[in-house]
Write a protein that binds this ligand. Structure first.
Ligand code: PMP
Length: 405
């Protein structure tokens, strides 16, 4: 059971007032707020162990190196990866996908090959593949979803061919909230020896993830969406794949030996971590993961399901409401429009009532085109949200609607 009041006390920003009203923060799919233990870790790390890591012989450098590598181990355990060196620190989900699209593309893709993604991808899991397709003369195949916002296995399987080199898919859609059947999809792809990258940006804060059970080849996420700092994220890759991919960037850290004639690359994970790593951010991410672990993702998921069920019930009381994404397998995201009210107007009127939601295309323009809208309003929940906040959201929407009639 979640002690919601104790949790809210861990997040100082939740005490903020906006235009004189208590903040209702429902933009968690864009970024989450930070518990004090995360911000304290950033201050502690800079105050007690700041020194550039790896190769340093002095005390502080060794402290910082140990903390950074411990953080890698925390991520390994969090994702249940087999090896610590399968965890690569990146700037976030976006950089992790760009890394795979570039390095995998260099090693394994030739003209005429195909890449399969879905119609509900964030631009981060679309544009890097498009860039690769243009560079190498590949075809990008898009798997459609149905009226509920679900991907059907048969439709997905029909998109695979002899030419498919890789599948890249969101675990959870940031617009529709759909939790995709990634384990089954990976199984289908593996039957044809096609590797799968899973974009876990919207999944890891809400669902326990085990990359070995999923048998994912690559799994990526961003720290800032799971209560950690901005500017750092994770690429998990199976050792066998990572060892066969060329580096993404060149520079310090990623080398074993360098001469003017030739460079020998470092071993995993350093081969993919050129330059000074974010060794402060990694320890703060570890603090965030430990915090989430201390509450328990199973309990978090159960509570967020209650929030979503209550919100869905309450949304049904709003006349002229349109919900986008109505799968039974859904995470705490509600994308909606009311009548002809422009999402931007709705967002602004809610903001004036202290309620933070996101409006627009949510970095998924092609998905908006498929839905036949320019944008939506999106409320997205975290485990520090309450039923009372949902009541305020619903009342806020009704008040905004009343201003339009
Ligand atoms: N994929 C999904 C599903 C997302 O929701 C987001 C963030 N909105 C991203 C990728 C990109 O994450 P980041 O901007 O942290 O790299």
């Amino acid at each position: 059971m979640i002690d919601i009041q104790a949790i809210r006390n861990d997040f100082p920003i939740l005490q903020t007032t906006v235009y004189g009203k208590p903040l209702v923060y429902l933009d968690n799919a864009a970024t989450t707020q930070k518990p004090a233990c995360v911000t304290e870790q950033i201050v502690r790390a800079y105050s007690t162990m700041n020194a550039n890591i790896h190769r340093g012989v002095h005390y502080l450098s060794q402290q910082a190196t140990a903390a950074h590598e411990n953080a890698r181990q925390t991520v390994q355990h969090f994702l249940h990866a087999k090896f610590q060196h399968e965890i690569i620190f990146t700037r976030g989900t976006t950089e992790a996908i760009n890394l795979v699209a570039f390095s995998f593309g260099e090693a394994f893709c030739r003209q005429g090959d195909e890449i399969v993604i879905s119609g509900m991808e964030h631009h981060s899991n679309l544009v890097p593949w498009q860039m690769l397709a243009e560079r190498k003369g590949l075809t990008l195949k898009i798997v459609p979803f149905d009226d509920k916002g679900e991907l059907q296995l048969e439709t997905f399987e029909a998109a695979l061919s002899e030419k498919t080199r890789i599948v890249a898919l969101a675990h959870v859609s940031n617009v529709l909230g759909t939790v995709n059947p990634v384990k089954e999809i990976i199984e289908v792809a593996h039957r044809r020896n096609v590797p799968v990258l899973i974009d876990g940006a919207q999944a890891v804060p809400h669902i326990p993830v085990d990359v070995q059970t999923l048998d994912a080849d690559f799994y990526v996420f961003s720290s800032h969406k799971i209560y950690g700092p901005t500017g750092i994220g994770v690429l998990y890759g199976k050792e066998s794949w990572l060892n066969n991919l060329p580096p993404y960037q060149g520079g310090g850290e990623m080398i074993a030996t360098v001469s003017f004639e030739k460079t020998v690359y470092n071993e995993l994970p350093f081969k993919f971590e050129a330059g000074t790593p974010d060794y402060i951010g990694s320890t703060a991410l570890a603090a965030a993961l430990n915090y989430v672990g201390s509450i328990g993702l199973e309990d978090i998921a159960a509570y967020e399901r209650e929030l979503l069920a209550y919100a869905t019930e309450q949304f049904a009381t709003i006349p002229d409401i349109r919900l986008f994404g109505t799968s039974e397998r859904k995470s705490g995201v509600i994308s909606f429009l009311v009548g002809n009210i422009h999402p931007y107007d709705m967002g602004t009127l809610l903001d004036r009532q202290g309620i933070a939601v996101r409006t627009g295309h949510h970095c998924a323009e092609p998905l908006m085109n498929l839905l036949g809208v320019d944008g939506t309003v999106r409320a997205s929940f975290a485990f520090y949200n309450t039923m009372e906040e949902i009541d305020r959201l619903i009342a806020g929407i009704k008040k905004a609607v009343a201003m339009f009639v």
